[in-house]
Each structure stands twice: as C-alpha cells, then as structure tokens.
Design a protein around this ligand. Structure first.
Ligand SMILES: [Fe+2]
Length: 590
C-alpha cells in the first residue's frame, strides 16, 4: 500500500510517504519553502515525497491527515462560546483560520493533490503522536505517553501499544487530559511571558532554567494543580490563551511572577530581573518534570511494561525526559527524532497502515534520514561557478582533511545523505567544531548562530564511547540516540568539553552508532585519535531564524553568509579563501 501522511495548519507542516509499511520519504515543508516552522499546506513536501518515489497522486491508496479538523473546530468554537464575551477575539480568529483552511482540509487535499475524497482519511491528533512514538521504536510492547499544546481536545494521553512482528498492531489510548488543561500550553505560556517566541523559544526556557533556582515552584504549583485522579488542571485564572489570541497569561499571572520580559530586553543574569527570569524558568521546568515523572510512574505501575514511548512536543524537553527515564520505573524510554507535529505526518501514515488497513507489522529503520539528499557534485558545481576551489576527496582523505580543520579550530559545515525529519541535526545537516574551548562556543554564537549565550551547544560522540565521557543512567544511551535526553558530563571531562557543557555540567548529547552515519562516526574516531577526545560540537546547520539547510545550494549560501570556515558535502570540500595582504593588494591593482 502507498500512503501519504500530512501534517499542516498548526505548526511544522510535513509530508511522509509509506510504501508497503515502510517510510520511503518524509520532509518538513519549511526545509523546502525556507520559511521557518512553515504551517502551510505542505504541497512542496508532498510533491517531493511522491516524486522521489516515482509516484503520481493517483498511485496513492490513501492520504491521511494528522488530526480531525471538525473536532478541532468544535473545540475552538466551544471554548470561545464558553468564554464569551472575553472569547470574542479568539472566536473571530478561529473562524477566519478554521473556515478558511482547517475545516475544509478534505477539499484542500483533493484540490492540491487531485486525490478523490474517498481516499482521504483522518486520524486523531494524539493517535498520530502515539503512532509516531510507538511504531518507530524497536519494541513490541510499550506504554505510550503523548503530551503537546493541543490536538482536537486532548492535550495529553496515556495508553499502550502492542505489535506482533509480521502480524497485527494495536494502539490503545486509555485516558486523556483535555483542553484547556495542557502541559504544552503551560510551558508555552511561560515561554511567551519570558519574552521568547512560542513553539520555538521553549528550548530557551529549558536552557535558561539551568541558570536559576526554582524559588517560584510553589507559585507554579498553584498555576497547575494536581487532581485526585493523578492528572493535572490549570487554574484558568492565570491564563488568557483560551479566551483571546492576544496574550497567553492574565493579570493574575503577572501579579504572581512580576512584570513579563519584553523580547528585546537582554537577559542579564547580573540584574535582579535577569535572575528572576532564570528562577521562573527553573520553576516551571521543575514542576513540568515532577508532573511527567508522576504520570509516567503511574503508567508504569498500571501497565507493568518495561518500555515507554513518549511523543508530542513536550517530549522535546530533554531534561524532563532524562528525569522520566531515571525516576519513573521504565527501563527504556523511546522518543522519536520528530516527536512534534512534523513527525505526525509519519505517525498518521503509520497509524492508517497498521490500524485502519490492518497491514502487517514491519520493523522500521531506526534513523531519521528521510529527506532530500545532499549532493557533493552540486557543491563542486556551485562553488566552481562562484570561483572557490573545490577538492573532491574519497572518504578517508575527506576525514583526514576535516580532522585537520577541526583541530586547527575551524568550523565545518557538514552535509551528507538524506536530511533529518524533525528539529534536530543528527549528523547529516550539522555544523561541527572542536568541543574544547568556550571561545569556539562564543564564536559560534556570535558569528554563526547569532543567539543568546545561555543556550548550550550539543556534543556528538560514538555510542560505544559515550559512557566514558557522560554519566548515562541505564537506558540513557537509547535516549541519546536522537538527542532526546540531557545528561551530566563526567566532571573530569568538563574542562576539555567546555564548548558543549552547559552551566550546570550537563549536555544534550547524541550517541552515534556507526550504522546510522558511518562516515561521521569515522570522523569522530579519527578526531579522537588526533585530539585525545572523540567528541565534537554538533549544532544544526542553519542561521538564526532560518530552517535547517536542506539541499547543498542552501548549505553553500549559509556558508557564504556566516563564519563557517569549511563546507563539506558528500565528497566535495570548499574552504573560504583567506586572502593575504599581498593578494588583496594585487587584486586592487588589477
Ligand atoms: Fe501535537
């Protein structure tokens, strides 16, 4: 069967194509449209998926959308009517959006892809999250937890999944927490209050939390109360996101936590306000962790299963994930590379294949590389036209050359193979640098990523050596496969890994198994031989505000516009031309 999964209209639109139960292509719309967090109907992504598989839309057996638009519309309408007249602005906004696009998804899919209505299916949003988490994980039976801002009504679900190799699959969602009670909205509200962009700045709150002490935790526990059934409820007096689109938090929220931060105000931890922001971030982070640990622990108790699959945007919180792994009783925690809405395109397609059509279970390749390929020949052509000398090298020569670059303190743009699905660069669209000095980190922040200094960079290490440098609990290696957990750097290595060690001594490492990206693994080993430490700084290959680069042309343009010294794509390598004074004078004379 050929099934196209689609996620769209909220944030991070994506398309994913499944052929005979296995993914063959998946990509986020932003990687092709070059608009960060593009939420438009993913026409370019869908077309690329079909094209890369040599399919026409009429060859599809089904197109599956990652949520039920009518249910979502009902939720928006009901919420607005309940909150009337304060809800008027949210209602008007929802009417415009929903009637324009969301409700008429079926028509939109028909019009855009030319697929007949009877082939268009819908999953519930959290079914997509659950399928993306469970069916991509190498486990036959697992508890499932999903948590995000909101789908139709659900904001968090717990359940369990079971699959028989070659046989049937079941995904049973046992209970849900419903809008407006939402851990995703709780965290996003604090994100907005702290002056960061919602759906993007949540990482910054997590990074900032490490600088603070959770002295507002009791206050946050009033904002999100625990309920008798073991779930939670927001005290809606602190919020306005459910009644207006203008602001997420209420006056009462500001009375409790003080004036909000304006996005343009720098965070200066030497000032009282700066410390207050960090302390508030630490407090909401702590309370989120406590709730997730307790929910997971009771799910462990209820299911008796050793594995937990965790999906939804909240599963991007690596600090919370590490605590869930350590404290909930589960032996293994699987977080997919794209736990957020982009991954729902794949989740929806998998759900339709295994559950709706009852197709037999197939083990999925355990990697995130489903996007367009990076082509070294393209780099050779573009750089050649631009007048930069290109070296075309075999693997061993490229690795030796890149080790020289990295040990000399150069920053390397590294592109190979298919791009990652999800928000993280996991070795195919990365900026690499030596991990040793805080200077490299500062240079990356200043010249390339243009971002706040409190945001840490992440290390990448061969999986088999990870425990030499990082303190991993049992199961930690798995969580680090897709950078889904934050763990302590061993104290004796913190100085040598200063560029990738956060202020609290932790790192969000990627533990790379050779089979996942052999050439990068070889590079890490060769770098270890040369420097004594087989660890590199690995950050996503993009500039602030731009999506991760996709094709070589975008990698090259990024390389030209920022402080990256070297670009390697496939077997091609280019280096910024360093002009000597004599050369510059000669050019001027000419
Ligand atoms: Fe979601």
């Amino acid at each position: 069967m050929k099934i196209l999964g689609i996620s769209a209209h909220y944030h991070d639109s994506a398309a994913a194509l499944l052929v005979d139960g296995l993914p063959v292509a998946a990509v986020q719309e932003e990687r092709l449209s070059r608009r960060k967090n593009d939420a438009a109907f993913p026409l370019a992504a869908a077309e690329w998926c079909l094209e890369s598989a040599g399919l026409e839309p009429e060859g599809l057996d089904a197109v599956v959308f990652y949520g039920r638009p009518m249910l979502k519309f009902e939720r928006i309408l009901t919420t607005a009517l309940r909150a009337w007249p304060q809800g008027r602005s949210a209602f008007t906004h929802a009417m415009k959006n929903s009637l324009g696009e969301k409700v008429w998804v079926r028509g939109l899919i028909q019009a855009n892809l030319g697929v007949p209505a009877k082939k268009i299916l819908f999953t519930e949003h959290h079914q997509s999250h659950a399928a993306a988490a469970f069916l991509t994980a190498p486990t036959d039976a697992a508890a499932i937890l999903t948590a995000d801002g909101v789908g139709e009504w659900a904001t968090l679900t717990v359940g369990r999944g079971r699959r028989t190799p070659g046989g049937a699959t079941s995904i049973e969602l046992l209970r849900e927490v419903r809008w407006p009670h939402s851990l995703g909205m709780l965290y996003s509200t604090f994100t907005a209050y702290l002056g960061f962009a919602v759906n993007e700045g949540e990482y910054k709150v997590m990074g900032l939390a490490s600088y603070g002490t959770p002295r507002f935790a009791d206050e946050v526990r009033k904002v999100v109360r625990r309920t008798a059934d073991g779930a939670f409820a927001l005290d809606l007096g602190y919020f306005e996101f459910h009644t207006t689109v203008r602001r997420a938090y209420s006056k009462r929220f500001m009375d409790a936590f003080g004036p909000p931060r304006a996005s343009w105000d720098p965070i200066d931890l030497a000032t009282e306000d700066g410390r207050r922001y960090a302390d508030i971030a630490a407090s909401v982070q702590l309370v989120l962790e406590e709730i997730l640990v307790e929910l997971a622990a009771s799910l462990h108790h209820e299911t008796g299963l050793p594995d937990l699959c965790f999906g939804g945007g909240v599963a991007l919180n690596g600090v919370a994930n590490a605590r869930v792994l350590r404290e909930s009783g589960f032996s293994r925690l699987f977080v997919p590379p794209a736990p957020g809405d982009a991954g729902c395109a794949l989740g929806a397609a998998l759900y339709a294949d295994r559950i709706h059509f009852g197709q037999p279970d197939r083990p999925l390749p355990d990697h995130p590389f489903w996007g367009p390929e990076a082509d070294g020949a393209e780099l050779a052509r573009i750089a050649g036209e631009d007048g930069l000398p290109v070296e075309e090298l075999g693997d061993a020569a490229l690795i030796a050359r890149t080790v020289q670059d990295l040990t000399a303190g150069r920053i390397v743009g590294w592109m190979e193979g298919a791009s990652e699905l999800g928000p993280r660069a996991l070795g195919h669209r990365s900026i690499l640098a030596a991990p040793h000095s805080a200077e490299t980190r500062d240079r990356l922040n200043r010249d390339i990523k243009y971002r706040e200094e409190f945001r840490p960079f992440a290390p990448i290490v061969p999986a088999e050596l990870a425990e030499d440098y990082f303190e991993l609990p049992p199961g930690g290696l798995r969580l680090a496969r897709f950078m889904s957990g934050v763990f302590p750097v061993k104290p004796q290595w913190r100085a040598a890994l200063a560029a990738v060690t956060h202020v609290d001594g932790t790192a969000r490492l990627q533990a790379l198994e050779r089979a996942m990206a052999p050439r990068l693994h070889d590079l890490l080993m060769a770098y270890g031989k040369a420097s004594g430490v087989p660890v590199l700084l690995n950050t996503s290959f993009n500039l602030a505000g731009e999506p991760i680069v996709n094709r070589v042309v975008e990698g090259y343009s990024t390389f030209r516009r920022c402080g990256i010294d070297v670009l390697a794509a496939g077997g091609a390598r280019v280096e910024k031309r360093v002009r000597t004074k004599v050369q510059a004078e000669a050019e001027l004379d000419a």
